[in-house]
Design a protein around this ligand. Sequence first.
Ligand code: DGI
Ligand code: FE
Ligand code: FE
Ligand code: FE
Length: 185
Amino acid sequence: YQTREDLLEFVRPHLKQSRFEHTVRVTDTAVKLAERYGADVEKAEVASILHDFAKHKPKEELKSWILREEKLNNDLLSYHHELWHGPVGAFMLKDELQIQDEEILSAIAAHTTGKKDMTLLDKVVFLADYIEPGRNFEGVEEVREIAENNLNEACLQSLVNTVQFLTNNKRTVYPDTIHAYNALV
Ligand code: DGI
Ligand code: FE
Ligand code: FE
Ligand code: FE
């Protein structure tokens, strides 16, 4: 792999300053979680640095990737566009950075919604994105505490919080988020 510094310099021009700082905090958090739970620390670092790579890409560009790339589920187009940057980002990076490691690409793809049968690495990146110290979601402090000793329970609680937030606001819930919840509950 390229070094942490090389990868950070690669993503920096694609991100706003605040998003870049979020990325660094997610990476530090994911490395700690990976060490704590025995995930591959290097892969956690790479996936975290790259997880929001596509966050600021124009909606139309993300949409055209979803239409063109048959492995990207067209269902995404029926849900909020903020869900697109993970799965599309994974495919963009496959092209642009020649990242071929399916574990890393999976963690990037699933970082927003979660999915059924998440791997250890998927969970580490998913949770790090939710609990990084800059987040102030309602209930995040409880999830941080659970994350000290139970990765699955912490992922489950973050999913409960997110589903509650979405349903309280009568927003759609992407099916993979429900699948992730069902797999952990
Ligand atoms: O990209 P980030 O801001 O770092 O965070 P993210 O990729 O987790 O995107 C976040 C937002 O997506 C999150 O605040 C809630 C929203 N969202 C909308 N619909 C869904 C959803 N999140 C999940 N998990 N499932 C949904 O269906
Ligand atoms: Fe994201
Ligand atoms: Fe997230
Ligand atoms: Fe993020």
